[in-house]
Design a protein around this ligand. Structure first.
Ligand code: 5GP
Ligand code: ZN
Length: 113
C-alpha cells in the first residue's frame, strides 16, 4: 500500500520519532505549524476516523495516552496544547492514515480564525 505514514512506521522513510510503543508512533511534522507539532498515529493502517473499526477503539486511547506523555516531554503540558484529528475533505485531511496533531509551544489562534 502506498501510504507515507505506513512507510514511516516501517522505517522505510525517515522521520524524527519522539515516541514508539506496540501500537503507536509519534514524530515531528515535516512542516510544523507551531513550535511543537507532533503527529501521533496508530501503527495499524486506518484511513480516517470514518474507518475506525469495532476492534480499533483502544488505539485512540493509546494515542491519547501517548499524547499526554509527549506533551509532558515536549514541555507543553502546563502551558497547554491542542490535539486535532482531521477527517475527510472539508477538514483538509491530506494523509489518509489516521493521525492526531499535537500542537503547542505558543498561544494558538482561535478555531474560527
Ligand atoms: P492532515 O492535513 O492530513 O491532517 O495532516 C497531514 C500532516 O502530515 C501535515 O501537517 C503534513 O505537514 C504532514 N506530513 C506530510 N508528509 C509528511 C512526511 O513525509 N513526514 C512528516 N514528518 N510529516 C508529513
Ligand atoms: Zn498507512
Amino acid at each position: 500500500m502506498d501510504c507515507i505514514f505506513c512507510k514511516i512506521v516501517e522505517g522505510s522513510i525517515p522521520s524524527k520519532k519522539v515516541f514508539e510503543n506496540e501500537h503507536v508512533v509519534a514524530f515531528h511534522d515535516i512542516y510544523p505549524a507551531a513550535p511543537v507539532h507532533i503527529l501521533i498515529i496508530p501503527k495499524k493502517h486506518i484511513a480516517s476516523m470514518n474507518d475506525v473499526g469495532a476492534d480499533d477503539w483502544h488505539l485512540l486511547g493509546e494515542i491519547h495516552s501517548a499524547a499526554q506523555q509527549i506533551a509532558k516531554e515536549q514541555g507543553v503540558a502546563e502551558s497547554g496544547y491542542r490535539l486535532i484529528n482531521n477527517c475527510g475533505k472539508h477538514s483538509g485531511q491530506e494523509v489518509f492514515h489516521i493521525h492526531y496533531h499535537l500542537l503547542g509551544g505558543e498561544k494558538l489562534g482561535p478555531l474560527n480564525a
